[in-house]
Write a protein that binds this ligand. Structure first.
Ligand code: SF4
Length: 177
């Protein structure tokens, strides 16, 4: 049997399984974090979609960045992301992660999260409502099932680009990847 066929079929099974159980590390930067408790608890109950919290980066598949990100926190976010096992996914909340939002001219926040880490998708809103968060996460599940959530591969393929951007802001960064 063709090796590519076996690899492709196996990957499809993995993608299917992964989208059924997503362990989420909510890196609560910024104001969007306040919308997570109602999304996780009984009213919106995200666990019915197979999405739940993870205790540590090594157990997590999904890294939520819930708003503006100071340069000081960016360093911790990079260390956290690099501890996660692939396949792993990053989702940004709100305009602050897209273009800096209301902090666009701040001296100590970053403007574009995807210059530093590979973002799978953004959830719009300042701040996004629980309905928008659930809608975004369901779209992410579909991307995973369809094999379209490939940020961790982009990170590997463009490691030099990400490292250069990270070091331009932070100086030296300890590396695990
Ligand atoms: S996008 Fe709005 S809600 Fe989110 S962190 Fe920025 S200012 Fe706060």
């Amino acid at each position: 049997m063709n090796n590519n066929f076996v690899k492709g079929s196996w990957q499809e099974i993995l993608d299917w399984a992964q989208n059924k159980s997503i362990n989420m590390l909510h890196y609560c930067t910024g104001c969007g974090a306040i919308e997570l408790p109602p999304t996780m608890t009984s009213r919106y109950d995200m666990s019915r979609f197979g999405i739940g919290p993870a205790a540590t980066p090594r157990q997590a598949d999904l890294l939520l960045v819930t708003g503006y990100l100071s340069t000081k926190t960016l360093r911790r976010l990079i260390y956290t992301y690099e501890q996660m096992q692939a396949p792993k996914f990053v989702v940004g909340f709100g305009s602050c992660t897209i273009n800096g939002g209301m902090y666009w001219d701040s001296y100590n926040t970053i403007k574009q999260l995807d210059k530093y880490l590979p973002v799978e998708m953004y959830i719009a809103g300042c701040m996004p409502r629980p309905e928008a968060i659930l809608d975004g996460l369901l779209k992410l599940k579909k991307m995973i099932a369809d094999g379209e959530a490939d940020g961790y591969q982009r990170y590997q393929d463009n490691l030099e680009y990400y490292h250069q951007n990270q070091e331009a802001v932070l100086g030296e960064v300890q590396r695990t990847q």
